[in-house]
Ligand binder design. Structure first.
Ligand SMILES: *[C@@H]1O[C@H](CO)[C@@H](O)[C@H](O)[C@H]1NC(C)=O
Ligand SMILES: *[C@@H]1O[C@H](CO)[C@@H](O)[C@H](O)[C@H]1NC(C)=O
Ligand SMILES: *[C@@H]1O[C@H](CO)[C@@H](O)[C@H](O)[C@H]1NC(C)=O
Ligand SMILES: *[C@@H]1O[C@H](CO)[C@@H](O)[C@H](O)[C@H]1NC(C)=O
Ligand SMILES: *[C@@H]1O[C@H](CO)[C@@H](O)[C@H](O)[C@H]1NC(C)=O
Ligand SMILES: *[C@@H]1O[C@H](CO)[C@@H](O)[C@H](O)[C@H]1NC(C)=O
Length: 552
């Protein structure tokens, strides 16, 4: 019962966002850095990864929940797309392709999982593995969820290490010709599935053999193969070094016979930088890592290609300091760039991973039993990133700024000019402007944000030419919004009061050097948005009734 109440709440939340994302006209293509539908309107990929490339070669979780329940929960958690993994040998090794789900589990001694599948998804159990994979894609289509087919590995099993023989062309299990053959087969097999909107050619290239020359050669071949068999899908290309590096594209672009279908993907985890987040000052690490990500991948947006952040994620128990600090930073970056993305990951647990039965996936949005979300606070934090902020065809609203707070996933809102500013849902965000003089004003008004005193509420006022209404972005993270009081030369920063919602000003936290402190309550990202402003409060009514609000 608890479960259905939760999903009801989440689905109400999603319903309020639906106006932003009407039904898409597939197939998709690209327009500069944006992915767009047939009408030219931006479609933002807000995907979840779902694993089907481990030894059983079956989508995880079928023993825990009926497929339809699972798919409804994916949609109700706000995801519009699944990055669905497959191992190459599923289609190139005939004995695997013809093996049934039951036989695959029997061969691995996974009798309990067979029992679970028999109860929850009996129709799948005696299908050949490839038919089971297709059945899930079809069910996703019925639930209006887009699919990206991701060739994750060759030999079924957990991915990825430098020495697993699946890392680069020419490795033990990675024959380029066989790979092209497999891509051909998958592209053909799904050429009439309109909800299959993209194919990821190969996950996380890596290992001692990796080199740029072969990358261009084979990625171009793979892209052409997929496009020739299925010209509808987006062709998604990943980089070297575990998909952390596409920097070489700044000098030389890929050479393809087709246009409007090419998307690059990259991966960014907390552990991509070792323990840098836990061992460093979070503001400095955020600034440095962001700059590095822009050099390795982010520059592609400026070159006019969509960049799909196809894996990111954290330990959702909140126990990993490295992950916690990284999450605030990456959510700010992903909001600012309005990236397409795929969260790692859906599965709460695995049938069998690295030899462990029923392994708990602490990065999974579902709990171990697959019956409820692992952490609803986490879902709240990503929820506003699930709809687009801007892009072609979305609205006629001129760009404005929202103040996004990654720690909560909320935005700065106000009900009336006289009430304190508070965190609230981002679709009820105030529309701000940020002037060259560094004044943060409510758009279309003469009202600006002001500091009063340390520890006091931030407020709105109409005297906007004094120092307490001038706000700078300080620290390397550029996520502290700071001003100075007239009688004190130290900066004070926007912060959240102990009630968890009221916006106050406080001494700025850990601007540099300090490694032990966590600045995230003070992290606000100025994000450019053209979303229709949905205001339910008296302030916006006053603004829209009066045209301009000047009184206080
Ligand atoms: C698993 O099931 C098969 C077929 O029903 C049976 O032969 C086998 O003994 C079972 N294995 C275990 C470990 O229970
Ligand atoms: C580049 O990759 C190819 C294909 O995997 C491999 O044969 C070759 O040895 C690699 N070159 C270098 C310099 O590592
Ligand atoms: C899909 O591929 C099959 C097999 O090659 C072919 O018969 C069919 O015409 C293709 N459909 C489309 C829409 O291209
Ligand atoms: C959810 O995440 C938050 C923030 O990281 C953490 O404080 C909380 O304990 C987590 N809840 C659960 C149930 O893991
Ligand atoms: C600065 O001004 C504030 C508000 O007027 C006052 O509360 C505070 O005591 C002053 N501090 C100093 C050092 O004068
Ligand atoms: C000035 O502000 C800083 C930071 O808010 C604070 O640490 C310091 O005590 C203040 N100085 C005075 C003289 O009030």
């Amino acid at each position: 019962m608890k479960l259905s109440i939760f999903f009801l709440q989440i689905s109400l939340l999603s319903t309020t966002l639906l106006y932003l994302q009407p039904t898409k006209a597939l197939p998709l293509s690209t327009n500069g850095r944006w992915i767009v539908d047939e009408s030219g309107r931006r479609v933002k990929l807000a995907c979840i990864n779902w694993v089907s490339h481990l030894e059983p070669i079956t989508a995880e979780g079928l023993g825990k929940q009926p497929l339809d329940t699972m798919l409804k929960s994916i949609a109700s958690m706000g995801f519009n797309c699944v990055r669905f993994t497959w191992p190459l040998f599923l289609v190139t090794d005939e004995s695997l392709a013809s093996m049934t789900v039951r036989q695959s589990f029997q061969g691995l001694g996974l009798n309990e999982s067979i029992g679970g599948i028999k109860v929850n998804n009996p129709g799948i159990l005696d299908l050949p593995l490839i038919e089971a994979y297709k059945a899930i894609v079809e069910n996703l289509a019925e639930n209006n969820i887009m699919v990206i087919l991701d060739n994750h590995i060759s030999k079924p099993g957990w991915c990825c290490s430098n020495s697993d023989g699946n890392g680069f062309f020419g490795d033990k299990y990675f024959d380029p010709d066989l790979w092209i053959k497999g891509l051909n087969q998958m592209a053909t097999m799904f050429n009439e599935s309109t909800n299959v909107i993209g194919m990821s050619l190969r996950n996380e290239l890596r290992g001692p053999k990796q080199n740029v020359t072969s990358w261009y050669r084979y990625m171009q071949q793979g892209a052409e193969a997929v496009h020739s068999m299925n010209p509808n899908v987006l062709v998604i290309i990943s980089g070297l070094s575990f998909d952390n590096d596409l920097s070489y594209l700044s000098n030389k672009q890929v050479d393809l016979t087709f246009t409007k279908k090419l998307v690059f993907e990259f991966h960014w985890y907390g552990f991509s930088d070792g323990q840098a987040w836990a061992n460093g000052n979070p503001n400095q690490v955020c600034g440095q890592v962001k700059a590095s990500v822009m050099r390795r991948a982010g520059f592609l947006l400026d070159q006019g290609y969509p960049l799909f952040l196809s894996e990111f994620g954290v330990d959702q128990r909140g126990l990993n300091v490295n992950d916690n600090r990284y999450l605030g930073c990456i959510l700010g970056v992903a909001a600012d760039l309005d990236l397409d993305w795929a969260l790692w990951t859906l599965q709460g647990s695995y049938y069998l991973r690295q030899g462990v039965l029923g392994l708990d996936e602490v990065y999974g949005v579902l709990a171990w039993d697959w019956c409820k979300p692992r952490n609803s606070t986490f879902l709240q934090r990503i929820s506003t990133l699930q709809s687009p902020f801007r892009g072609p065809g979305l609205s006629d609203v001129p760009p404005y700024i929202i103040l996004f707070h990654p720690l909560t996933g909320m935005c700065v809102t106000t009900k009336t000019l006289l009430e304190p500013l508070r965190l609230g849902p981002c679709d009820e965000s105030e529309a701000w402007t940020y002037s060259d003089q560094h004044i943060l004003s409510l758009k279309g008004t003469l009202t600006c944000l002001k500091a009063d005193a340390k520890g006091q509420n931030a407020k709105l006022g109409i005297i906007c030419d004094d120092s307490t209404s001038k706000w700078d972005l300080v620290s390397d993270s550029k996520m502290h919004i700071a001003t100075k009081l007239t009688n004190n030369s130290s900066s004070i920063c926007l912060d959240i009061a102990s009630d968890g919602t009221t916006i106050i000003t406080n001494a700025c936290k850990c601007l540099n050097k300090d490694k032990a402190c966590d600045p995230q309550s003070q992290w606000f990202k100025m994000v450019t948005s053209t979303r229709n402003v949905v205001k339910k409060n008296s302030l916006s009514k006053a603004i829209s009734d009066e045209g301009m609000w000047t009184a206080q």
